[in-house]
Write a protein that binds this ligand. Structure first.
Ligand SMILES: Cc1cc2nc3c(=O)[nH]c(=O)nc-3n(C[C@H](O)[C@H](O)[C@H](O)COP(=O)(O)OP(=O)(O)OC[C@H]3O[C@@H](n4cnc5c(N)ncnc54)[C@H](O)[C@@H]3O)c2cc1C
Length: 483
């Protein structure tokens, strides 16, 4: 028996676990992936998790949950999530940017107004470039640094500014608009700092972390959650708790809710899951940032020098984010076949909304994920514009030739940004599709809450990682203080 079980030791789970532990609660984190917990002064993480030049998410990776997801038409991609302590944030591109504060105008204003969100963004970071300047934090757990070392990043920045795009000195400025600038990253001394290092490590002696253990279902006494069941290498297990906090990520959190009887009653009955609470919004409204890549031939052969983080500058133009990746994907992701270098063009405010669904009553079955990218003409039009813009800047940069046009030809092939969010979203009591209230508490239940990217009430228009951390910190504080 513990006070709090945190299901999933990913980005949000690590933040919530540390916050509950600091408040004096006995906390158990249950994580399905392997656990490398760097206690103070002793870093046991393997080099492929710390090396910020790579994302260890290739086909042989031991750190991923490679779920097949439909993108558009009959096309599917592997929608990878991190499956290791630190979660997706332990294997990601380390792009750690704030969303513009205007994104939060659609969040519940009682607890998530612009001023509060800005205060929490400050609280999570130690910005090594801006220090405690206005709108920045200098004492938080997450180091934030910027570096433009890769030739393509330098060339793209130069070419973007020469073509008339505003140079943005600070992508984290609260009213940042369109332009091009250096990417803030959660990197220290060339190492990716996941929330396991930033948040959990300093309180490691106060938290029980149970690795390689998959939670299967929540246990209820009436509407009150009393624990979880799951399985590990030794077989089934049960853990009881006063409170359960879900942080299994935007795919697995709604899936776990459904397998526990919380979801659309018709869907649950169809696969034989007894209904605990009819909440039709579970698994609905999932958002991502669909991305199309343009490939090119570099005019000079790579010199083998250190390229640093995968993404060092981005350009924003309306709904579009352009990402000149610093190396080809086969260099960034071990295990992929040889590829040409690429520029990503992502739609950051798409209409498209997807779903996560259960396929059977077996809690270990793989969820059905459907992104429905590019379902609307407006989304397709915006991406076409972004591709034209990226191509022009790249062509003018003189570092690239033979640039592909991915919209020419019969097949349009959007991939995702792996920025999944909003699949168990927050909202008011009269919002029929809201799954959690403004504090993250699951409607119609007691003792059960969500802190991860599933609870976002609306998608953010930037990479979500910094917002996941900010929101988990805020939600955990609110949940400790009485909900
Ligand atoms: C490859 C990749 C690259 C990305 N790059 C960027 C980037 O550069 N910038 C950016 O802003 N965002 C990026 N993202 C997105 C960002 O990392 C995520 O939005 C964020 O980490 C999500 O945090 P989370 O806590 O919601 O979920 P996660 O961090 O995914 O955590 C979920 C955790 O729950 C565990 N879990 C799941 N089910 C169970 C279960 N049943 N029992 C026990 N444990 C369970 C998982 O193993 C995982 O550790 C990237 C994502 C990926 C996958």
């Amino acid at each position: 028996m513990v006070d709090v079980i945190i299901v999933g030791g990913g980005s949000a789970g690590c933040v919530a676990a540390a916050t509950f532990a600091r408040a004096g609660a006995s906390v158990m984190v249950i994580e399905v992936g392997p656990v490398f917990l760097p206690a103070a002064g002793h870093d046991s993480r393997p080099p492929d998790l710390t090396d910020v030049r790579r994302m260890p998410i290739g086909p042989e990776s031991p750190y991923t949950d490679p779920i097949s997801a439909r993108t558009t038409g009959d096309r599917h991609v592997v929608a990878t999530r991190g499956r290791v302590l630190g979660g997706s944030g332990a294997v990601n591109g380390a792009y750690f940017v704030r969303a513009p504060l205007s994104d939060f105008d659609t969040w519940p204003q009682d607890l998530w107004d612009r001023k509060t969100v800005a205060r929490y963004y400050n609280r999570i970071e130690a910005d090594h470039d801006f220090g405690d300047a206005d709108h920045h934090g200098s004492t938080g757990p997450v180091p934030v640094t910027r570096s433009i070392s890769a030739p393509i990043a330098q060339a793209f920045l130069h070419s973007g500014v020469a073509s008339g795009h505003r140079h943005l000195g600070d992508l984290n400025a609260p009213t940042v608009g369109d332009g091009i600038g250096a990417v803030p990253s959660n990197v220290r001394d060339g190492q990716r700092i996941s929330m396991a290092e930033a948040y959990l490590s300093p309180v490691a002696d106060r938290i029980t972390v149970r690795g390689r253990s998959q939670v299967a279902r929540l246990l209820f006494d009436g509407d009150r959650v009393i624990g979880v069941t799951g399985r590990d290498d030794d077989g089934p297990f049960v853990v009881h708790a006063d409170r359960v906090v879900l942080a299994a990520g935007a795919v697995r959190t709604p899936n776990l809710l459904m397998h526990s009887g919380i979801g659309h009653a018709d869907t649950l009955r169809r696969v034989g899951i007894p209904v605990v609470q009819h909440l039709p919004g579970v698994g609905a409204g999932m958002a991502d940032h669909p991305e199309i890549t343009i490939t090119y031939l570099p005019r000079t052969a790579p010199d083998g020098s250190d390229r640093g983080t995968p993404l060092q500058v981005v350009l924003h133009s309306g709904p579009i984010e352009i990402r000149p990746y610093t190396s080809s994907f086969d260099h960034l992701i071990p295990g992929l076949p040889p590829m040409l270098p690429a520029i990503g063009v992502a739609h950051m405010t798409p209409d498209a909304r997807g779903t996560v669904d259960v396929t059977s009553d077996d809690p270990f079955s793989v969820p059905n994920v459907d992104h429905r990218y590019l379902d609307t003409a407006a989304d397709r039009e915006a991406l076409r514009g972004g591709i034209a813009l990226a191509t022009d800047i790249l062509a003018a940069s003189t570092v690239a030739s033979d640039i592909t046009d991915p919209m020419v030809g019969p097949k349009v092939s959007p991939g995702g940004s792996l920025h999944t969010m909003c699949s168990a979203r927050m909202g008011a009591d009269d919002d029929v599709l809201a799954v959690v209230g403004s504090t993250g508490r699951v409607r119609g239940t007691r003792g059960l809450s969500v802190v991860d990217a599933s609870m976002f009430p609306a998608p953010v228009s930037r990479g979500p990682h910094a917002t996941v951390v900010m929101a988990a910190q805020r939600a955990a504080d609110l949940q400790i203080n009485g909900d």
